[in-house]
Design a protein around this ligand. Structure first.
Ligand code: SF4
Length: 403
């Protein structure tokens, strides 16, 4: 695919008041309805103003209080003096020919995080558009196939930095459009970008509550998905706190292999992870979920054999699940190769024959390094770690050949 030239960051669709001094103002982006109501009380205003302002920000894309015409002039002036609506700064953006869009944001402190929008079908103007949102700068969990894991963990993102990614993505379709004509184009959100969302729990839940709120994005609970690599205690908290879809980054059907690929498995092994997933699906709460999505990256010669597929069938018995096979997207010094298409289909057939709905993720955005596992930010290449995994794979392959 041809790479579409990068657009200058200064064309980012953020309409801030250039006179505002954001360092002394309260950023109200990312505040929940309750928090915003409390803020309005603190500044001597009625809490119901919160919903009015939320609608302006999230449903009309307005960040300049002067344009919020159903607020009194006095309130607009007060807000302009004391508050701001500030998404993270866009320092780079690329739009792929297949419709994929990628943004690199500079967050407070100067770190970079990435966000990717993937359209389901670029032939449909109003088709499904899924935004993959980051929750942390880097990630502490060190999954061996993940480029983000290679940069280590730097810090958690704030609710404003999380919801700001969605705000900017929606705004990218509305450049030059009047606020009265504003439409939010992002139809689905997955918390599946950089970071482990359950390790930044409160800000992530707070941002997701805005995604679901009728006063903000009003997305259906089935269209907001949190993906975890298996922070088991937080999975039990999650279904009590918010009603969203759950995905599990599984990637291996047995503990020995998963300990290597997803090291958090050493702390929360598969038996505990699957039990938590079953609780999430089967809880007696009337808001119960119907299934979880199982994410499984296909690594040649590592986790893609027929035997692994049969183990997966056994592991998932009794857990209503849809399985999403992800062809691995190699990144520089990646210690793995992508499984062949034939292997992926053979693996998928075993799962389908066992009664699972199994899909193979279409690789999108390769031309802008936006494909899954390529969200790198400021990656410091850790070649020693890469070499370690290369060695581990070679040993495993030698073992397989010997048998
Ligand atoms: S796959 Fe997810 S949890 Fe694992 S290192 Fe990458 S970002 Fe972190």
């Amino acid at each position: 695919m041809t790479k579409i030239p990068m657009q200058p960051a200064d064309s980012a669709p953020v309409t801030y008041n250039p006179n505002q001094d954001t360092h002394t103002k309260t950023n109200i982006l990312g505040m929940s309805q309750q928090q915003l109501g409390e803020y309005f009380k603190q500044i001597g205003e009625k809490p119901f103003r919160a919903t009015q302002v939320m609608k302006w920000i999230y449903q009309h894309g307005v960040t300049d209080f002067e344009q919020m015409t159903n607020l009194s002039k006095a309130l607009r002036e007060k807000l302009s003096a004391q508050a701001c609506v500030e998404a993270p700064e866009v320092v780079h953006k690329e739009f792929s020919e297949d419709g994929t869009r990628k943004w690199v944001f500079k967050v407070a402190g100067g770190s970079l995080v990435e966000t990717v929008l993937i359209p389901a079908d670029d032939s449909k103007v109003n088709g499904r558009k899924t935004l993959c949102i980051s929750s942390q700068v880097g990630c502490a969990l060190d999954c061996s196939f993940c480029s983000t894991g290679k940069q280590g963990f730097e810090r958690d993102l704030t609710p404003a930095e999380i919801i700001g990614q969605l705000w900017v993505a929606n705004a990218s379709y509305m450049e030059g459009v009047d606020s009265s004509e504003w439409q939010n184009n992002v139809t689905n959100v997955v918390m599946m970008g950089m970071g482990e969302p359950l390790l930044n729990y409160k800000p992530v839940v707070s941002a997701m509550s805005l995604m679901l709120s009728d006063h903000a994005y009003g997305l259906s609970k089935r269209r907001v998905t949190l993906s975890t690599s298996g922070v088991v205690p937080r999975m039990y908290d999650l279904y009590k706190d918010i009603d969203v879809a759950l995905a599990i980054s599984l990637h291996a059907p047995n503990d020995e292999l998963r300990n290597e690929l997803v090291p958090i498995n050493k702390k929360y092994p598969l038996s505990e992870l699957i039990a938590a997933a079953k609780a999430y699906v089967h809880d007696n709460n009337p808001r119960h979920k119907k299934h979880v999505t199982i994410e499984y990256v296909m690594l040649a010669g590592v986790n893609d054999s027929d035997e692994h597929a049969h183990q997966l069938v056994q592991l998932l018995e009794g857990l209503p699940s849809k399985i999403n096979l992800i062809p691995f997207n190699p990144f520089p010094h990646a210690p793995y190769d992508r499984s062949s298409n034939n292997r992926i289909h053979a693996f998928s057939n075993i799962l389908n024959n066992a009664g699972f709905v199994c899909t193979i993720r279409q690789t999108r955005g390769d031309d802008i390094d936006a494909a899954c596992g390529q969200l790198v930010g400021q990656v410091a290449d850790r070649t020693r770690r890469s070499a370690k995994w290369q060695q581990s794979i070679k040993s495993r392959q030698a073992e397989q050949e010997a048998n």
